[in-house]
Design a protein around this ligand. Structure first.
Ligand code: MG
Length: 346
């Protein structure tokens, strides 16, 4: 197989702010894996600095992986992904791009969509949340109004005015709220805020504390009813057992765990520990969002809106109508390119 890659700079529709950072652009990398018959698998890396990755680290890993993949059999995904994990343990987004491209290629070779390849139901019924980043109250109200077609909103929190903002937003929408503190709370603050949020229609809270705060999570669960999910705390399946008695659920992202294969391992590990599952994303194009969408029949909650937050997604994949995701029926990921998409060098 021949591996090539191209930078993909996604422009945010609106400045994106969470508890620890602010962004206007997301620098991703698109991967094209081509076999000897000219079949091309698409993949994407959406690196985040929180996990120590950026475009430079991704392209370095991809460059080094090209040699390893040259004579590899794409059907041996298990061997390939384990080899890459051993060689590049801290580069999950780069590995995810290759994993996704392998699954896309195999689906195309077998002429079936990815969800069928994985033995899954066609997931057309789940509704994704739509993210409202931290902003001035006025701008957050505007964002909520613009998102009026979405029945579930994920509101980013993690500042002292969280409750006041949620109260104002509740006045203008009946949407279900999920809140994500992105490590921004203290335990006492969390208990107080979660108890107040019960009356504001908050369905769950994500990552209230800095990573590794297992005792704090247990304490909050004893004093608040709203289910607690961890995101930043859980990168891959090996992280799950330590949190099984501390939280209600986990947020799985292809970019955190290294791709579809590890995401499946995480799903089954989480189920074995009695945990609920959300599948989430970074700011990504339709390539990797659609890859994650193929897994949605296995999870309880969907947060796959990364491609909706950008103005220049070069690809067409999972469609979203009033929050409801529909998968394309094409082979592999089923993703197509718009005219401006990066193309393979022929
Ligand atoms: Mg999160």
């Amino acid at each position: 197989m021949n591996l090539s890659f191209h930078p993909l700079d996604l422009k945010l529709r609106r400045t994106f702010q969470i508890a620890r950072e602010t962004r206007n652009i997301q620098n991703n990398v698109v991967v094209l894996l081509k076999d000897e018959n000219g079949i091309i698998g698409f993949g994407e890396a959406a690196p985040t600095s929180f996990f120590g990755e950026d475009v430079n680290s991704v392209t370095k890993v991809l460059g080094q992986s090209a040699d390893l993949l040259k004579h590899a059999d794409p059907f041996q995904i298990e061997d390939i992904t384990l080899l890459l994990k051993n060689k590049f343990p801290k580069n999950a987004a780069a590995r995810a791009a290759i994993d996704i491209a392998l699954y896309d290629m195999i689906g195309k070779k077998l002429k079936i969509p990815l969800y069928k390849l994985l033995g899954l139901n066609l997931p057309t019924t789940k509704i994704t949340s739509f993210t409202i980043g931290i902003d001035t109250l006025e701008n957050m109200c505007k964002k909520v109004e613009e998102a009026k077609d979405f029945p579930i909103l994920k509101i980013k929190v993690g500042f002292k005015d969280d409750i006041a903002i949620l109260r104002e937003l509740r006045k203008i929408t009946r949407a279900i709220f999920r809140v994500d503190a992105n490590t921004g709370w203290t335990p006492d603050e969390a208990i107080k805020k979660l108890n107040l949020m019960e009356e504001l229609g908050v369905e769950l809270v994500e990552q209230p504390f800095p990573i590794g705060s297992i005792e704090a999570l247990k304490k909050v669960r004893r004093h608040a009813k709203i289910p607690i999910f961890v995101d930043e705390d859980i990168q891959d399946s090996t992280d799950i057992p330590a949190f099984s008695d501390a939280v209600d659920g986990i947020n799985i992202k292809l970019m955190k765990c290294g791709g579809i294969r590890e995401a499946l391992r995480m799903i089954y590990t989480a189920r074995a520990h009695g945990l609920k599952i959300m599948i989430g994303c970074n700011i990504e194009s339709s390539v990797s969002i659609t890859a994650a969408a193929h897994l949605t029949s296995l999870v309880d909650y969907i947060d796959l809106d990364g491609h909706l937050l950008v103005t220049n997604d070069p690809y067409i994949g999972a469609a979203v109508d009033k929050g409801r995701l529909t998968l394309p029926e094409g082979k592999g990921l089923g993703v197509g390119a718009r005219c401006c998409a990066p193309l393979p060098s022929l």
